[in-house]
Design a protein around this ligand. Structure first.
Ligand code: ADP
Ligand code: MG
Length: 202
């Protein structure tokens, strides 16, 4: 992936998150403190502001830079978790990468998020989207981008009937049931934006 493509990818993802900030904030208002969209917008606006610098280095270093930016700018619980995701991807993906390496890097990154969040699948968090996405990535096969998008979006929907066990929403106990998890939704948006971008390259 050359520098211009990396830059376009980061911009595409950033714009998707920024454009969805109100939706994410509404979701967080229902079962959190109503700042997820604001947090994510702040982080990805910082990515946009430094995108030339961020995409100047190779893929691994660029992803690490995005991760660091998100840790510094997003805040909340989600900032360190998304930061960990991107920094871990950056560590695994040195330069030009194969499909298999990407799938493996994503699996490792999810383990890093789990460790950081002391959380796991089934607790109504971003992991409930990231984990099934990792599984589909590992399976590979035809129409991978379409399946990644479908998986991510369906997985975010599946957090609606779940009860939150981690994060702020867990304070609500049973009352967290019936609402989509904001972090699951933002993860689905990011996966959807990346997959769509990859379709455009193919
Ligand atoms: P805060 O909860 O501090 O206000 P945000 O609103 O930005 O932070 O992010 C909330 C999202 O972060 C949740 O919807 C959930 O997906 C995710 N999250 C929170 N805690 C954890 C955790 N321990 N593990 C994984 N994801 C988490
Ligand atoms: Mg919040």
């Amino acid at each position: 992936m050359d520098r211009e493509t990396r830059k376009l990818l980061f911009e595409t993802v950033a714009h998707r998150v920024i454009d969805s900030a109100d939706e994410l904030t509404d979701l967080d208002r229902a079962i959190g403190d109503g700042d997820h969209g604001i947090n994510m917008r702040r982080g990805f606006e910082a990515v946009l502001a430094t995108v030339d610098e961020l995409s100047a280095k190779n893929l691994g270093e660029s992803l690490k830079g995005v991760g660091t930016t998100l840790v510094m700018k997003v805040g909340g619980a989600s900032g360190p978790l998304y930061g960990t995701l991107f920094m871990s991807l950056g560590k695994s993906l040195a330069d030009e990468v194969t499909y298999e390496q990407t799938a493996e890097a994503f699996a490792i990154a999810i383990e890093a998020v789990k460790a950081r969040g002391k959380s796991d699948v089934g607790q109504k968090t971003m992991l409930d989207v990231l984990f099934p996405v990792a599984r589909v990535l590992r399976e590979g096969g035809p129409d991978i981008t379409a399946r990644l998008k479908a998986t991510a979006n369906a997985a975010a929907e599946k957090t609606i009937p779940m009860r939150a066990i981690r994060g702020r929403a867990s304070f609500l106990g049973e009352r967290s049931v019936g609402h989509m998890d904001p972090g699951a939704r933002s993860s689905a948006l990011i996966v959807d934006a990346v997959a769509e971008f990859m379709e455009g390259l193919a």
